[in-house]
Write a protein that binds this ligand. Sequence first.
Ligand code: FE2
Length: 372
Amino acid sequence: MQKIAAVSLQPGMVIARNVFSTEGVLLLGTGTVLDDAYIQRLRLFGLTSIYIKNPFTDQMADSDIIDTIPEVVREETRVQAVQIVHTAFQNLSDTGQVDSQQFKETALFLIDEVIKNKGAMIHLTDIRSRDGYTFGHSVNVCVLSTLTGVQLGYNTLQLRELALGALLHDTGKMLIPKEILVKPGPLTTAERNHMEQHPDLGFDILRRQGEIPLISSHVAYQHHEKFDGSGYTRNLGGSEIHEYARIVAIADVYDAITSDRPYKDGTLPHEAYEIMMSLANTHFDPVILRTFLNQIAVYPLDSIVRINTGEIALVIKVIPGLQTRPTLKIIVDAAGHRLNNGPEIDLTKNLTAFIDKIFTPTEILDLDANLA
Ligand SMILES: [Fe+2]
């Protein structure tokens, strides 16, 4: 399964994962073979990318080697959460009222599912339309933060406070004019100053809601503070920033850099991993960052990579904490011959072998075509 930008879609590609609109309507189901009309329809709905099938996995002798990619939250759950958050945030910008109950219930069912799937890693990023970015982002930041809270050994109460704060972290953005929010280019100084008020604006609304724990409101208030004190809005640093907000700050940036935007493709997980690591101590709490990154599949299942010995391989197994050394199955030998049942290499045992390249979806299709 490979995520491919909507602009690169071609007839004949096979959909690997259901595609939904922001309203939760199924646009195209798994297994659909794309034609020009379908591609037109996907672009019309403002989808920036979709998942397509990896031709190499289908051709392999034991093609069930990667049956399903274990997910932290099922797609149906995610779509349902995005829908509720969409309606609730829409209400907030129309009426100024926060439907606390809706947010609390959503946080609860997301927590339930993250706990149920404990041990699953983040392999996939969700697909968002241009208009639905903030809603999908809020849900994903909630999932990533909750997962981190579980790893840190949080109890139920802590997980509820954290998840709710994460879901509501960008509440203040509902009060920022849409022209600024969705402006594709860089913001002017005045626009940026306005945008940077969203943590204050969010806190101001949320702290007045009796049903929302004050600590969750503080997550919205503090999520742009940085560990070294260089963030906004109050230049808090280190332990002055609540631990929940330190978690959400990490999830927020990770989700922002890995998701596709109308003006750019999302960064691949291994690049995002490096970027996040480079921000330890300055932007992020290094201990929490380590816990967070251990849950990210740097080389997700079903990725295609090149090893330093020249072979090309499929990622078939990933272990949390050892994500940079997955188990691989060779699909092209060093001489360039396709193998339908190549050997497996466990990189945690073969310490001289390392991955020196990960193939983009377009490169995978080219590779498949050139080997035929
Ligand atoms: Fe924010």
